[in-house]
Design a protein around this ligand. Structure first.
Ligand SMILES: Cc1cc2nc3c(=O)[nH]c(=O)nc-3n(C[C@H](O)[C@H](O)[C@H](O)COP(=O)(O)OP(=O)(O)OC[C@H]3O[C@@H](n4cnc5c(N)ncnc54)[C@H](O)[C@@H]3O)c2cc1C
Length: 298
């Protein structure tokens, strides 16, 4: 069992919160509370993990919360936030080393300023580097697997490992980090020298496409479902007649059916019920099961 006073000694009392409303930490802006919300830094995270393992406590890593939904009943364990205290990025030649809490958009913008190409796809993905490595985030033909050289993680035994690209087992929205519940601490990305104007043009093009096609005006977690092989989730959902379908305050976006949005003060239950409804309807019609891309906690 967690002794919160022990945790305060490890990461400082100002970095320990109880019954934290997770709707503040997820882009869905919905969901319940985490029993403990802990904000370690790069110097004390190993101590924290070792303590949590010693007392056999449940914990879950959260980055920018842009691919996460916490159930309304909450999470009865410790959420470890890897964000602003892991925000550091340095460039050396054509490589960028960054800590896991650094926003992907910030890294993409630094790459542009340095005239490095390869991360343009990442500029509009609203996640942290750690979340992007875990999910092998990607867009417009690019994905993290194409740029990652190595990643520093904490493994299941609390040891630090340095994994190279092939050891990361990066696949479609998949990585060894997800499989083994490692914790990403930092990563090195290897880019190429490019033309700044071309890099900027590509980033602007992707941003324009997002603005045109995605319901960025409502809280969401991006694509709710993974792409079934050979299909697009959004098209299947639209063809099943579900565009605009609402349960409570959750809606299948009218702009992009692949997004479930928090249209009107949705609860996590509304969102989960709508996800299940959509998945069932698509299965009934096309015999294709949509699997969530969004991670559910609680
Ligand atoms: C408007 C919008 C557009 C989006 N567009 C895209 C897109 O084009 N492409 C795409 O791939 N995704 C997209 N997403 C989804 C999301 O931004 C990505 O999956 C992103 O990589 C998640 O990062 P995060 O830091 O927010 O992770 P979180 O949501 O905090 O966590 C996601 C998962 O990663 C794990 N995790 C997070 N940080 C770490 C860490 N340091 N160590 C270990 N595990 C960790 C969590 O435990 C969880 O399982 C979009 C989301 C939104 C809201």
């Amino acid at each position: 069992m967690i002794n919160i006073e022990e945790i305060k000694k490890i990461i400082g009392p100002e970095n320990v919160f109880e019954n934290e409303d997770m709707s503040r930490h997820t882009t869905f802006r919905a969901g319940g509370c985490a029993k403990y919300f802990l904000i370690p830094d790069e110097n004390n995270i190993i101590g924290l993990i070792n303590y949590l393992k010693k007392v056999d406590a449940k914990y879950y890593i959260v980055g920018n919360g842009s691919n996460l939904l916490v159930k309304d009943t909450g999470y009865d364990g410790a959420v470890i936030y890897i964000g602003s205290k892991f925000d550091k990025c340095e460039v050396s030649g054509n490589k960028i080393r960054a800590l896991a809490g650094t926003k992907l958009s910030k890294i993409a913008s630094i790459a542009y300023k340095e005239g490095l190409t390869g991360l343009e796809f990442a500029s509009g993905i609203p996640g942290s580097l750690g979340g992007a490595v875990t999910m092998n985030a990607g867009a417009y033909g690019g994905e993290m697997s194409q740029v990652l050289e190595s990643v520093k993680v904490i493994d299941e035994n609390g040891n630090i490992l340095n994994l190279n690209n092939s050891e990361l087992k990066l696949g479609y929205r998949h990585s060894i980090v997800m499989e083994k519940q490692y914790i990403v601490l930092e990563a090195v990305m290897k880019l190429n020298l490019g033309d700044k104007e071309e890099i900027k043009a590509k980033m602007d093009d992707f941003a324009g496409r997002r603005k045109d096609k995605q319901p960025l005006e409502y809280p969401s977690a991006g694509s709710t479902f993974k792409r079934p092989e050979g299909y697009y989730a959004g098209k299947l959902i639209m063809d099943a007649g579900l565009k605009g379908k609402m349960i409570g305050g959750a809606q299948v976006s009218e702009k992009h059916c692949g997004f479930i949005v928090n249209k009107d003060n949705a609860s996590a239950t509304d969102i989960l019920e709508l996800m299940e409804y959509v998945s069932d309807k698509v299965f009934e019609k096309y015999n294709i099961r949509l699997d969530p891309e969004v991670k559910i906690l609680g």
